[in-house]
Design a protein around this ligand. Structure first.
Ligand code: PGA
Length: 260
């Protein structure tokens, strides 16, 4: 049974989709689906492409859906062509941002050091970073998935004070599960999330570790989400492909029952 103090969180990662006005219908349908969200219900966040951010306040007005971005510059301003800074994101009302998604690590060469600096930039601007960690298939096959994932988390988190870290969210996303349809079993997801929480407790103390929300991501669908979300150390889901369907995202959100 998970700690009821941690409010379940479902985050939809739209990736490079729904970037403009063509996504407005999706947002309206999503808003209709979850119009009745109350304070004690799971939290729902969409992580949109930068180009959609100016449209989100209007599209989601009057709904409890929150939003954020998929990337952040480690720098606040300057000669960083193509990058988007923390102040720019907060200027559009973002409250969340992904850091270290495996697609950024793979396609943009983001190292643990870069991810560390992005997490620090998010915290500096009071954005909640959703730090993504997780192993590729070769590492899992070699039985090194815990070591790999804990090392990624450790390298991303050295530095900030514990008080800041309680605002953090960590998403365990095994690379072999992302976009493949091969969702991790609830036991496999719990094994890693439990190890991450144990590591956080050793590193920052049990009180901080109990506050930090841990998500599972990788081929989550409404048909698989409830069993995963029942695990004691899993506080929500990071949803990619399935988040593009508002009905499916709302169904995943409904499967994350409030804790009592
Ligand atoms: P997926 O993506 O749900 O399509 O596997 C998850 C993610 O990349 O965050």
């Amino acid at each position: 049974m998970a700690n009821p103090a941690r409010r379940p969180l479902i985050a939809g990662n739209w990736k490079m989709n729904l970037g403009g006005r063509q996504g407005l219908d999706h947002r309206r349908r999503l808003a209709d689906e979850i119009a009745a969200q109350a304070d004690n219900q799971p939290q729902l966040v969409v992580l949109a492409p930068f180009t959609a951010l100016p449209l989100l306040p209007e599209a989601l007005a009057g709904t409890p859906v929150e939003y954020g971005a998929q990337d952040i510059s480690a720098h606040d301003s300057g000669a960083f062509t193509g990058d988007i800074s923390g102040p720019m994101l907060t200027g559009f009302g973002c409250r969340y941002v992904l850091a270290g998604h495996s697609e950024r690590r793979e396609h943009h060469g983001e190292t643990d050091e870069v991810v560390h600096d992005k997490v620090a930039a998010a915290l500096r601007h009071r954005l909640t970073p959703i730090l993504c960690v997780g192993e590729p298939l070769t590492v899992r096959t070699a039985g090194q998935h815990l070591r790999h994932t804990l090392d990624q988390a450790e390298r991303a988190l050295t530095g900030p004070p514990v008080d800041d870290l309680t605002a953090l969210v960590i998403a365990y996303e095994p690379v072999w599960a992302i976009g493949t349809g091969h969702v991790a079993t609830p036991d496999d997801a719990q094994e890693v999330c439990g190890a991450i929480r144990g590591h956080l407790a050793d590193r920052y103390g049990p009180a901080a570790a109990e506050q930090i929300r841990l998500l599972y991501g990788g081929s989550v669908k409404a048909s698989s989400s409830a069993a995963i979300l029942r695990q004691p150390d899993i506080d929500g889901a990071l949803v990619g492909g399935a988040s593009l369907d508002p009905g499916e995202l709302a169904a995943i959100w409904r499967s994350a029952q409030p804790r009592t």
